[in-house]
Design a binder for this molecule. Structure first.
Ligand code: NAD
Ligand code: MLT
Length: 313
């Protein structure tokens, strides 16, 4: 009989759970969508849980998790897990920081190109029966200044791809040195300088108290006229109401959001704007990334349950 029970939520890639299935002392249960109360009622049976972003690991869930040793987040952001409550209950939280870097990077570049060339809008119009060659004159990326806020895994990978597109890159990240940025071919700047000079701005930091609504009224007010904005990091880093205001005024020429303050979201004033592009949090949605992150957290869970070293805490 299995000694440990693992609850895998949020449609985590089944093939990625192989490291757990290989262990004779581990049983895996595939969970379906549950309310906080439903999850709280069953969590006491489990030694480990895997989540993506849909399941919220709240203080109430953790209070009822008498056997839970570890929560594995199959992805980067752990903002759906109450870290203070997890610490209080002695529950380890691990993530999979590397597995979806390329997926989110490529989504960011795809959104930037879509913004520059109005690809979703032109495709929708043509598929609705109109051959419109006049409304969709775009801009080239070559020679444009790309401002990258947050120069970690994804921000730096976006920079490498933007260099191949011959963009001029400026970055802001208070936690990296100018030398390290220069090694990546990025000019490190103040946030103000970046906001004032960039033609495209993309954000790649975690959502924290410091970064919530970082692109707010003051930030938009100093941006260059005609700026284009991308958020493939976390909803709420950009204030959506302020973005709407500056898109309406014409100061912001286009914006693409993969992530929203409230998710899922199916209605927003932004959706009425022709120069607004939206995707439903697809940054990590590639076959490769979902497999990578599931394997990474599954291995961490095997280690934790067998009292071996756990890495991405
Ligand atoms: P990372 O930890 O490698 O990099 C984050 C960077 O942000 C770090 O260099 C850090 O120094 C910097 N940073 C922190 N606070 C900052 C601040 N106040 N101003 C500027 N920079 C700041 O993370 P990552 O793997 O590159 O992920 C970046 C973001 O993308 C995270 O929010 C993550 O959750 C998100 N993400 C989204 C998707 C998606 O599906 N859309 C997929 C993967 C990751
Ligand atoms: C992440 O933080 O890894 C991404 O937002 C993708 C996800 O939520 O799965």
């Amino acid at each position: 009989m299995a000694k440990f029970k693992v609850l895998a939520m949020d449609d985590v890639a089944p093939e990625g759970l192989e490291p757990l299935y290989k262990e004779s002392d581990i049983e895996v249960v595939i969970g379906t969508k549950m309310t906080e109360d439903e999850l709280s009622a069953v969590i006491g049976e489990y030694d480990a849980m895997i989540v993506r972003s849909a399941t919220k690991v709240t203080p109430k869930v953790l209070e009822n998790a008498s056997k839970l040793k570890i929560v594995g987040r199959a992805g980067v952001g752990v903002d759906n897990i109450d870290l203070d409550a997890a610490t209080q209950h002695g529950v380890l939280v691990v993530n999979a920081p590397d597995g979806n870097t390329i997926a989110a990077t490529e989504q960011t570049v795809a959104l930037m190109l879509s913004l520059a060339r109005n690809i979703p809008q032109a495709a929708t119009k043509l598929k609705n029966g109109t051959w419109d060659k006049n409304s969709f004159v775009g801009v080239e990326l070559r020679g444009k200044k790309l401002g990258i806020i947050g120069l970690g895994r994804i921000g730096s990978a976006v920079a490498r791809r933007a260099q191949a597109l011959e963009m001029d890159i400026i970055g802001y990240d208070p936690y990296i040195s100018a030398e390290k940025a220069a090694d990546m071919g990025i000019k490190l700047a103040t946030l103000e300088e970046l906001l004032k000079t960039a033609d495209f701005i993309t954000v790649h930091m975690p959502k924290t108290k410091e970064t919530s609504n970082m692109l707010n009224e003051q930030a938009f007010a100093v941006m260059k006229d005609g700026v284009r904005i991308i958020n493939c990091a976390r909803g709420g880093i950009i204030d959506e109401a302020v973005l709407y205001k500056y898109m309406k005024s014409g100061k912001v020429a286009g914006a693409a959001l993969d992530v929203f303050e409230k998710e899922p979201t199916t209605e927003s004033p932004l959706f009425e704007l022709n120069n607004f592009i939206a995707t439903p949090h697809l940054g990590a949605s590639t076959e490769e990334a979902q497999l990578n992150v599931a394997i990474d957290v599954a291995k961490e869970i095997v280690n934790a349950l067998h009292d071996d070293v756990v890495h991405n805490t």
